[in-house]
Design a protein around this ligand. Structure first.
Ligand SMILES: [Zn+2]
Length: 384
């Protein structure tokens, strides 16, 4: 079926009390794997590309310095691929922009075919964040596109989004923000953290989720809360990476029980990136370690060298540079590169499958209204 906006899926999470994982992709291969895993469980799917992931897919290996043109190219590439995959799929699929930096980046994503966007103005003073977000909401809703805003600051690192300290979201401000901007969902800061080092035994500030959700209800404002930086950082995966030559230290994720407790309280979208990177890294290390012939393949040899140079690294974009183009597009004739693709897909599916089950989204496909962008645009207009 055609791609759908995020809004009807958010409505379903609220109504039925489950959460939907939102999985970051940097390539067509990963997108295929994410969709296949959701099909297996008849779950609706949220694929997201971070702003700079779009720059990477636009062909810039130095993606932290990605330009608007890189992002436009990358958004079109992943947009077209996901649109096709969705068309052939029996489940509703959403393509969402993660951490949109400014209006131009958001527009690049929408032009590329994204059906939902995040505008991250959380680093701005409240009034400026409201202003920027409102501008994006107006542009997006006219086109039926869903908008996620952010209020409060998460610590940790995610591409070029980083902070040393977190500032928890003020529930009263969050309600005011939703009222003034008209966002469909809001990322809050309540104890999660970007990256693989989240601290031991993290406890989430569930009361913030409850306070915002209850007050939105009282005010009659639609709004679902989003949990960023929510990877679980499975110990079994990190240990295996380290056994195979990696040096990932101090890695700790959010405990599953903590996440489950906030789903019922109002978290409907849970962002997962780190866990995918870890599973893919373990699988590639395992493949390279178990295949002597890999050392004779120049591309694979170069990948192994990059992994050895930075054993602490687990972002595939860092070490897959030698096969970057085929990784992004999924096109190759090299049988060993195809083996690597297979390992990437398996890693993605292991993580995605586990979380579909844990977050209660098995079968969610049937609970989500497949609304077209045109219909959604009309609904926004009627309600404004
Ligand atoms: Zn984030």
């Amino acid at each position: 079926m055609p791609l759908i906006p995020l809004r009807p899926l958010l409505a379903a999470t609220q109504r039925y009390g489950f959460a939907q994982g939102a999985f970051n992709v940097n390539s067509v291969i990963q997108a295929e794997a994410v969709i296949a895993a959701h099909e297996m469980f008849r779950s609706a799917a949220i694929l997201q590309g971070a702003d700079l992931a779009n720059a990477f897919m636009g062909g810039n290996a130095d993606f932290l310095k990605g330009t608007l043109e890189d992002k436009q190219r990358g958004a079109r590439l992943i947009g077209e691929a996901v649109k096709k995959l969705s068309q052939d799929s029996p489940i509703p699929v959403v393509l969402h922009l993660d951490h949109g930096k400014d209006f131009a980046s958001v527009k690049a994503a929408i032009d590329g075919g994204f059906t939902s966007v995040m505008i991250d103005g959380s680093h701005l003073p409240f009034a400026e964040n409201v202003e920027l977000t409102r501008e994006v909401v107006q542009y997006a809703h006219e086109r039926g596109i869903t908008v996620e805003g952010e209020l409060g600051v998460l610590s940790g690192v995610e591409d070029d989004v980083f902070s040393d300290q977190s500032t928890y979201t003020n529930p009263l401000k969050a309600v005011e923000f939703c009222k003034k901007t008209g966002v469909d969902c809001l990322a809050i800061s309540y104890g999660t953290k970007h990256g693989a080092v989240k601290g031991e035994n993290v406890q989430l500030r569930k009361e913030i989720v409850i306070a915002v959700t209850e007050n939105l209800k009282h005010e009659g404002i639609f709004g679902v809360l989003v949990s960023h930086g929510s990877s679980l950082v499975p110990r079994y995966i990190v240990e295996k990476i380290n056994q195979l030559g990696g040096t990932i230290k101090g890695a700790n994720g959010i405990p599953m029980e903590e996440l489950k407790s906030v789903i019922k309280a109002g978290i409907g979208k849970i962002n997962i990136d780190t866990d995918l990177r870890l599973a893919v890294t373990r699988n590639i290390r395992e493949y390279l370690a178990g295949n002597n012939s890999a050392a004779e393949n120049p591309a694979l040899k170069a990948i192994a060298e990059l992994m050895n140079q930075k054993p602490e690294q687990f972002d595939p974009r860092g070490y897959l540079v030698p096969i970057m183009d085929s990784f992004i597009t999924g096109q190759t004739t090299d049988p060993q590169v195809l083996d690597i693709f297979k390992r990437i897909k398996q890693g993605v599916q292991e993580v995605v499958g586990t979380l579909i089950v844990e977050f209660g989204s098995v079968g969610s496909s049937a609970k989500v209204e497949a609304v077209s962008l045109e219909e959604m645009a009309q609904r926004y207009q009627r309600n404004s």
